[in-house]
Ligand binder design. Sequence first.
Ligand SMILES: [Zn+2]
Ligand SMILES: [Zn+2]
Length: 277
Amino acid sequence: MQHNLFSSDQYTFFCLSSGSCGNCYFIGNGDYGILIDVGIGVRTIRKRLQEHGYDFEHIRAILITHDHMDHIKSVGTFAHRHHIPIYATTEVHNAISTHRLIRYPIGTAKRIIQKEAPFQIEDFRFTAFDVPHDSTSGDNSGFYIEFGTHKMTLATDIGRLTEEMIPYLLKAHHLIIESNYDEDMLTNGNYPYHLKQRITSGYGHISNKQTAEFLAENYKSHLKNIWLCHLSSDNNTPELAYQTIEKHLTAKGVQMGKQLQLHVLERNKLSPIIKFE
Ligand SMILES: [Zn+2]
Ligand SMILES: [Zn+2]
């Protein structure tokens, strides 16, 4: 199938799903794309790719942030049935290979990456960086992505903001960052104590307020787009996440909608496609 929706020097980004219901991101151009995480069903991925004009034959690689099911659900199928290379650290590959719910082995599709060691896939240069989170392997990555003149950072499932991570967040022109929960909703909600502890432990997720304060304190004029991701269904709403981040940035004098576009990635929903020259 010829794919010529737009010129191949135009870069594209969209999210196929975000949240504990499953995560999947697409970065690509008019000819091909790369997926980051495949935590939703294969059929849903195909259907959502097709809505933006792509199919599996356009997918050149899959990168994995960590071994939680909402990030790896379809990884075996993509490796085994579709022979798409799977890029992850050794620890994450080991955890996938012993995961009882991953039906097919990665086999020859296995590609090992190392943190802080940039690697190139076609026109995209990726650097994995360390993220604190409570995955089975204990090994979690964010990704810094360079393409054309653009710099994009994906930081999801981050228990807290760390010194190692911050430089990659600050360099981004386009930032996908977690905004998991509203602190009042979590405190007053009916999650059991151990779950509340897990989320706020520094190895779970970060709140709207933590994300908002970080962004406001560290705003850089080269930052053009923010996508808030991995929103909790029980302890957050898209409106609350948006308003919390918007309020903090506006208070710092950032002209929202002009200098900076703020997007919220709704749970289990295909986002609009964004094109970059
Ligand atoms: Zn997750
Ligand atoms: Zn996770």
